[in-house]
Ligand binder design. Structure first.
Ligand code: NAP
Length: 259
């Protein structure tokens, strides 16, 4: 049972990028379960359509629009369509990202750039589109899904760590610039989340290491996002909230992240 009241986001419009799969899908569903109309956007229309049908079967109003967040023109079309259909865009969750484990020596320039383009440039593109089309005049809340990486060195994740550190920095700058306009910008940094593709791949080896068992669930990330999007967080902006079961404050648990 949810700790939030059921109609908390009644009448609100939420866009979740990458909302067809994994954590983004749980975030989209959780907003919908609390009354929001939910738009999901990513590249694969077939994945989005399946997710949309599932959300609708649970009584959630949903639109699903194919979009590559690396392309600002496509992103602007998506944001404009959401506003044309539902009349507002109150909450943006920048969740879409690309990642794969790789040592620096095996990363091509193009592989590194691709992750920066999706995670960092994509977050900028969608935030800017939401700002231009709606939030500049009406305020809103932006939540960027980051990673608990920016204060550490992370083996096999130099590309994602650099991209997410950039997202944290962008979060803070946008929070400062857009605060006078009633736009709050925060981050949520998940630890290793169970039942997501990347972590499933790593899980078997990690569970044999000391300090394993620090995994959180996608619902824990959704709860943090809903809190930051709600009026309960009206004085919170520029933060990056770690939701990692304490992994990063406990050096023994950090051993679970070693290569
Ligand atoms: P996921 O299921 O792989 O989700 C990534 C989503 O991003 C997919 O829906 C994908 O859809 C979309 N996407 C990728 N490239 C895109 C592009 N160019 N344009 C538009 N959409 C794009 O990953 P997840 O594990 O749920 O992760 C969700 C978020 O949490 C990410 O920001 C990730 O970095 C963060 N995170 C996850 C973990 C974890 O343990 N899983 C830990 C720390 C942080 P398409 O393929 O259809 O485009």
């Amino acid at each position: 049972m949810s700790v939030f009241c059921q109609g908390l986001f009644e009448g609100k419009v939420v866009l979740v990028t990458g909302g067809g799969t994994g954590i983004g899908n749980v975030i989209a569903r959780t907003f919908g379960e609390h009354g929001a109309k939910v738009a999901i956007a990513s590249r694969k229309q077939v994945v989005l359509d399946a997710a949309k049908e599932e959300l609708k079967a649970n009584g959630i109003e949903c639109i699903a629009i194919a979009c590559d967040i690396r392309k600002p023109e496509m992103v602007a079309l998506v944001v404009n369509e959401i506003i044309a259909v539902w009349g507002s865009l109150d909450v943006l969750v920048n969740n879409a990202a690309g990642n794969f484990p790789a040592r620096i020596e095996d990363l091509s320039a193009n592989a590194f750039k691709t992750v920066i383009d999706i995670d960092l440039q994509g977050t900028f593109n969608v935030s800017k589109a939401a700002f231009d089309a709606w939030m500049k005049e009406n305020g809103g809340a932006i939540i960027n899904i980051t990673a608990p990486y920016e204060n550490f060195g992370v083996a096999w994740q130099a590309h994602a760590a650099a991209a997410k550190a950039g997202v944290v920095s962008f979060t803070r700058s946008a929070a400062v610039e857009w605060r006078p306009l009633g736009i709050r910008v925060n981050g949520v940094a998940p630890g290793g989340v169970l039942q997501t593709e990347g972590i499933d791949r790593l899980q078997e080896s990690l569970t044999n290491k000391p300090g394993a068992g620090v995994y959180v669930e996608a619902g824990d990330i959704a709860s943090a996002v809903l809190f930051l999007a709600s009026d309960a967080a009206r004085c919170i902006t520029g933060e990056n909230l770690y939701v990692d079961g304490g992994a990063t404050v406990d050096m023994t648990k950090m051993a679970a992240y070693e290569s």
